[in-house]
Design a protein around this ligand. Structure first.
Ligand SMILES: Nc1nc2c(ncn2[C@@H]2O[C@H](COP(=O)(O)OP(=O)(O)OP(=O)(O)O)[C@@H](O)[C@H]2O)c(=O)[nH]1
Ligand SMILES: [Mg+2]
Length: 360
């Protein structure tokens, strides 16, 4: 499994690159004006996991390696761009390659930052961008349907079932609903699943002023319905991401009355959206969090650590992180009978600490 990617979308100047920087600490250049060309920043955002520090304490580990997600920051989406032939190919390609989307919506007030409509209205902005995604999916479906209908005409009967299904989905999208809510989404062919933008899991980030913009955030939550909304004072947290000293960070946060940064909550929410699980390897040198899809077996998980370990896999010693932390040491956990020996087919569980035995 290639590493999973999350695309950041939103209107020009909504603060996508700023949020990207707050999440990754990458310090990418932010543009003061709407940029028209497609430029892409990619970076890694750590995902907070409190089991990491607890395990490090048990094992006396020197280094902590948290789980992470890969972010792709694309240029701003122009309203109307999804119609007439569609969003630019490069832009769509960047979005379609993403496994999930973070939709950045501006709630911050700042007269020096240009807004395409000259006002701050997060619900209208979010709706506008969501509509573009719907249009893009509509165009995709129309093209595919055309091909399928031609195939049906020349007698390819097997095309009929897919054409019917896609026509049903097209009607669903026309009514303004996303592919995520299409009751038969489980039956869609893989190529279509990969390309549909409104099928991707999505969460909203309200990019707020330092005051928090509570009313506007509440309005956005109302619009978002079941989708998660995380509020982040983007510019503030992008600056915060560059401060390493913990005391200095705490002082900086206290200035806006916050105890901790909000950006990590975005990373955590995005991680949950992808339905991934975390397992650990832990020793005196380091404790490392690894990411696999839910349902992965012990061999697949070993392959995350090293392909040689997967190839030479013999067995894995497994203990849940919480059990290990509670027991206080591996020796104690062994005495309690909590350390299990598992084979190749073992389905790895979230929080497992693995010690893989392998042939070289
Ligand atoms: N006051 C304030 N300004 C912000 C905030 N977030 C971003 N900005 C400013 O808004 C402008 C645009 O921010 P970017 O992060 O470049 O926005 P973007 O969505 O990446 O823009 P494009 O890539 O051009 O689509 C910059 O001048 C930022 O400093 C914020 O939370 N508060
Ligand atoms: Mg940008």
């Amino acid at each position: 499994m290639a590493s999973l990617e999350i695309g950041i979308i939103g209107l020009p100047n909504s603060g996508k690159t700023t949020i990207f920087n707050a999440l990754t600490g990458a310090g990418a250049t932010v543009q003061p004006f709407a940029a028209s060309e497609v430029s892409v920043n990619t970076g890694i955002a750590p995902v907070p996991d409190e089991r990491l520090a607890a395990l490090a304490q048990v094992e006396g580990s020197q280094k902590l390696v948290p789980p992470s997600i890969q972010l792709v920051d694309v240029a701003g989406l122009q309203r109307g761009a999804g119609r007439d032939g569609g969003l630019s190919g490069e832009f769509l390609q960047a979005l379609r390659a993403a496994d999930a989307l973070i939709h950045v919506v501006r709630t911050f007030h700042d007269d020096t930052v240009f807004h395409v409509d000259g006002r701050v209205d997060p619900v209208a902005d979010a709706e506008g961008v969501d509509l573009e995604l719907l249009f893009a999916d509509g165009i995709l479906l129309a093209k595919r349907l055309e091909r399928l209908e031609r195939a049906v005409k020349v007698g390819q009967k097997e095309a009929k079932a897919e054409a019917d299904l896609l026509a049903e989905l097209a009607a669903h999208l026309d009514a303004g609903a996303t592919a995520r809510t299409f009751p038969k989404r489980g039956e869609l062919p893989a190529e279509v699943v990969l390309e549909l933008l409104t099928l991707k899991p999505m969460l909203y980030v309200a990019n707020t002023s330092e005051s928090g913009d509570d009313e506007l955030v509440a309005a956005l939550r109302g619009y978002a319905g079941d989708a998660e909304v995380v509020a982040v004072a983007g510019r503030f947290e992008a600056e915060l991401a560059e401060i390493e000293d913990p005391e200095e960070r705490a002082l900086f946060l206290a200035e806006i009355g916050q105890e901790e940064a909000s950006a990590p909550r975005v990373a955590a929410a995005a991680f949950r959206m992808l339905d991934l699980i975390t397992f650990f390897t832990a020793g005196p040198k380091d404790v490392t969090a690894w990411t696999v899809r839910r349902g992965a077996n012990a061999v697949e998980a070993s392959g995350k650590i090293h392909t040689d370990i997967a190839r030479g896999f013999i067995r894995a010693e497994v203990i849940g992180a919480d059990d290990l932390v509670r027991a206080g040491s591996r020796a104690e956990a062994t005495k309690l009978g909590q350390l299990r020996v598992e084979g190749k087919d073992y389905v790895v569980q979230d929080g497992d600490v693995l010690n893989v035995r392998f042939n070289v």
